[in-house]
Design a protein. Structure first.
Length: 93
C-alpha cells in the first residue's frame, strides 16, 4: 500500500474513533447529570436546558482533548509518520 491509501485508512479510522468518543462522553455526562437531577430532586426547564448545553459543550471539549491525546500517542507509538502522508503541506516561499 502507498502512503496516500494509508492516510485515507487512518483518517477513516480516526473519524470513527472521534465519533465513538463523542457519543460515549455525551452518554456518560448525560447519565451523570440525570443521576444528579434525581438525587437533588430538581425539576426546572431552565436548568434542564442548561444541563443539555453543558452536556453538549462538555462532550465536544472532552472529545477534542481525548482525541488529540490518543492520536498523538498512536502516531508516536507505531511511528506512523513513516507510513502516512501529511494532509496539509506548508507553503514554501
Amino acid at each position: 500500500m502507498n502512503k496516500k491509501l494509508n492516510t485515507v485508512y487512518f483518517l477513516i479510522a480516526a473519524t470513527i474513533l472521534n465519533l465513538v468518543i463523542l457519543v460515549l462522553l455525551a452518554l456518560i455526562l448525560g447519565v451523570t447529570v440525570g443521576f444528579l437531577y434525581q438525587k437533588l430532586g430538581v425539576d426546572s426547564q431552565g436548568l434542564s436546558l442548561l444541563a443539555v448545553i453543558i452536556i453538549l459543550f462538555g462532550s465536544i471539549a472532552g472529545t477534542f482533548f481525548l482525541y488529540s491525546r490518543i492520536i498523538k500517542w498512536v502516531v508516536k507509538k507505531w511511528n506512523l509518520d513513516n507510513y502516512i502522508e501529511p494532509i496539509f503541506r506548508t507553503k514554501r516561499r
